[in-house]
Design a binder for this molecule. Structure first.
Ligand SMILES: Nc1ncnc2c1ncn2[C@@H]1O[C@H](COP(=O)(O)OP(=O)(O)O)[C@@H](O)[C@H]1O
Ligand SMILES: [Mg+2]
Length: 367
């Protein structure tokens, strides 16, 4: 049972504040992913939890007890880094056994625990090898094994597979997930890769410039982004965002994108939900799958021109010129034959998001 809590954590490097009033509660057994661009403070946050970095304000609590005054060794937290930090002169066996050598465990106990961890990680046949004779993926398996073997209260992983090639990353991602399901330990995993975050996390914590932007399940951060930063950080290709003007029509609302001649049709309910929000500070967000494309003129669809067609294998991304802006739509492969083709588009109101352009905050409007 391990819960971790950050309460109002502040961290400065010199005059620069790199963690700004961070509050976060992590449940026992939870797999939390800290997601954000390079330099946003992810590693510093992990190091502060592990006790490798001091904090300048707030509390780090483990199972309800403040630990910010405890040394790293007294916090019982294991950390796995991106660089494979194995002892080069030791065998895989000795690398994994190392954290247990300092304990009072017998040789037989240590042997049984090393072999059990090796079996879980499917590296039993590598125990006699030196790290230099291992692939990158196997080196990282050993590093994870060394962290797991002492059954820490929590596992912190800092971009543990970031240095591997794409295919191996995918494989290791699935393995880390399987391991977590099997071993069940409170895990905080750092990455700048949103796909990795979506696939691993129980909850994702999105950070930007030291400030927590949103905490939620992968589905929540994808379908209900709290602000423009999250909206455009999660999802690939990114969500379309355009300044819009909303006007009242006879039986509907009209949403004009990029100053186009005609607006997209929305249910009238939009007007009351926007509650008179100043139109000059209103942005529409729509993911490519929320832009619906037809080849024939259809009621409620606007005529638009395809500018670029990007075939991505199982689907295409088509850039559509709407007024002075470009909306990217996701279509079936080959649905729009090429640039210059005239098609008809509609925005699915149920998938539309509205943001305040000044604060960047979502207005929480759902239709
Ligand atoms: N030891 C340090 N001294 C000074 N600045 C640091 C130090 N470590 C990190 N920083 C700065 O703090 C910010 C956050 O860094 P970091 O936590 O490593 O970000 P991330 O892991 O998200 O890439 C960055 O601007 C980085 O340059
Ligand atoms: Mg980092």
């Amino acid at each position: 049972m391990t819960q971790i809590e950050l309460r109002g954590v502040q961290k400065y490097f010199g005059a620069v504040q790199v963690i700004k009033d961070l509050n976060l509660k992590i449940d026992d057994n939870e797999f939390i992913v800290l997601l954000g661009q390079s330099g946003c403070g992810k590693t510093t946050t992990l190091r502060a939890i592990a006790g490798l970095e001091t904090i300048d304000g707030g509390d780090v609590l483990i199972d309800g007890k403040p630990v910010q005054h405890l040394k790293a060794a007294d916090r019982d937290i294991a950390m796995v880094f991106q660089s494979f930090s194995l002892y080069p002169h030791m065998s895989v066996y000795e690398n994994i056994a190392f954290p247990l050598r300092a304990t009072r465990k017998s040789k037989a106990e240590i042997d049984s625990e090393v072999r059990s961890v090796a079996k879980t990680l499917q590296i039993s046949d590598l125990l006699a090898r030196k790290p230099s004779a291992l692939s990158g993926g196997d080196m990282q398996r050993v590093a994870i094994g060394r962290a797991l073997v002492r059954r820490p209260k929590a596992m912190l992983m800092d971009e543990p597979i970031g240095a591997l090639d794409a295919k191996l990353r995918e494989e290791m991602r699935a393995e880390i997930k399987r391991l977590h399901i099997k071993q069940g330990s409170t895990t905080i995993y750092v990455t700048h890769d949103q796909i990795e975050a979506m696939s691993l996390a129980d909850r994702i914590v999105i950070m930007h410039e030291g400030v927590l932007q949103q905490v939620g399940s992968p589905d929540e951060v994808y379908s209900r982004p709290a602000n423009l930063f999250v909206a455009q950080f999660v999802g690939s290709p990114v969500m379309n965002v355009a300044d819009v003007a909303v006007a009242e029509k006879a039986s509907s609302a009209s949403v004009t994108v990029g100053g186009a001649a005609t607006g997209f049709e929305f249910p009238r309910a939009l007007l009351s939900k926007l509650n008179g929000h100043a139109s000059d500070k209103l942005a529409l967000g729509i993911r490519p799958e929320g832009v619906i494309v037809r080849r024939e003129a259809t009621e409620g669809f606007l005529p638009v021109e395809a500018q670029i067609v990007e075939p991505l294998g199982s689907f295409d991304i088509v850039d559509l010129k709407v007024g002075s802006t470009m909306l990217r739509a996701r279509t079936r492969s080959g649905f729009v034959s090429g640039p210059g083709v005239k098609v008809f588009a509609r925005i699915d109101p149920a998938q539309a998001h509205f943001f305040d352009t000044a604060s960047g905050k979502s207005l929480g409007v759902r239709l």
